[in-house]
Design a protein around this ligand. Structure first.
Ligand code: HPA
Ligand code: ZN
Length: 336
């Protein structure tokens, strides 16, 4: 490996944008299908991988939701989560904030309780086994109704201590932030932090980012690359100290570009941009691969790579002492 790649691989890291259901690798999908006595329309994990054919958000989401059909029991959610945490511990990820999509499971008859108990137990066991710290963010599916999102919010309240915040994902087309204004207000009142996908190159991306700021008043922005098209918007994002969780390899699959020049531009402009993996089992690349792809394509300096990781610790929803402790580990690594 080149020196820069070795440096990136060894860095202590944080991940702020990963959908736990998007970490379901074909091999595990096969194992779970077998355990649950389900037939998959593929002969092998490789054949399944080759059938992954998407070039935009809707075509990806179709395959992503189909893939979830094998997740039925608490143990399935445990195995899914544990496998991801074990994998990224191997990449020196110290901290991960994971999205989960309860509505994608409750519509299939899998209870909220089943989903969250499995994920939570894996979080505890991974903490014990690897020292990796994690928090959960519940996402509402924006192509479902606001009423359905409100139901998910109500269901979540019994597990409030296990969930740090709420987000919004799935298909953005025709589903602007304002559709969920009441739900997000209610979530805020219940003490959740707020974030929201501002997916890349959507129709009305810039207007939707403005809504995210002015109508929802989120604490963070997921993706948000198109903010660069509006300098006043960039200034406002900086003023509010909002972290952006960009996912370059993912962007390269659902748009014509990995948007690494945009990541560099955000860094240069002083925006708190971070690099993340999104759905690493579908957009191949975990944290290390995403950082390496960004560094190589945009020709980032070592300082810029370090800044990306610093931004992630800084923008994480942890206590100040935890952020300081993790940032010190990063500084020590850079110094040695
Ligand atoms: N965008 C929107 N919804 C999603 C994504 C994404 O990248 N991944 C999983 N659900
Ligand atoms: Zn995402």
């Amino acid at each position: 490996m080149e020196e820069m790649e070795t440096f990136i691989a060894g860095m202590p890291k944080a991940e702020l944008h990963v959908h736990v259901e998007g970490t379901l690798e074909p091999e595990l999908k096969f194992d779970l299908a077998k355990r649950n006595q389900l037939d998959l329309p593929y002969k092998s994990a490789d054949e399944m991988r080759q059938a992954y054919d998407f070039d935009d958000l809707p075509s990806f989401l179709k395959i992503y939701y189909e893939g979830m059909s094998v997740l039925l029991t608490e143990q399935d959610f445990y195995d899914l989560t544990y496998a991801y945490l074990k994998k990224v511990h191997g990449q020196n990820v110290l901290y991960a904030e994971m999205f989960f999509d309860p509505q994608a499971h409750t519509v299939r008859g899998v209870s909220f309780e089943t989903v969250i108990n499995g994920i939570h137990r894996a979080q505890l066991d991974a903490r014990d086994a690897f020292g990796i710290k994690t928090q959960l963010i519940m996402c509402f599916l924006r192509d479902m109704t606001a009423e359905s999102a409100m139901e998910a919010l109500v269901q979540s309240l019994a597990y409030k201590d296990w969930i740090v915040g709420v987000g919004l994902d799935s298909d953005e087309a025709g589903n602007p932030p304002l559709k969920f204004k009441e739900v997000f207000e209610a979530a805020r009142e219940h003490g959740y932090l707020l974030t929201m996908h501002c997916d890349v190159d959507q129709k009305g991306s810039v207007a939707n980012i403005w809504q995210t700021l002015n109508d929802i008043k989120t604490d963070r922005i997921d993706h948000g690359v198109n903010a660069l098209e509006d300098q006043v918007l960039c200034d406002e994002i900086i003023k509010r100290n909002l972290t952006l969780t960009v996912c370059p390899i993912s962007n390269g699959y659902v748009t014509p570009s990995k948007k690494t020049a945009e990541i560099k531009a955000m860094l240069t402009r002083g925006m708190k941009v971070t690099v993340n993996s999104d759905d690493p089992a579908y957009f191949p690349g975990y944290m290390t691969e995403n950082l390496i792809a960004t560094q190589q394509e945009a020709n980032l300096t070592k300082d810029q790579v370090v800044q990306l990781v610093k931004n992630a610790f800084d923008g994480s929803w942890q206590q100040a002492e935890e952020i300081e402790a993790m940032t010190s580990k990063l500084s020590a690594y850079v110094a040695q």
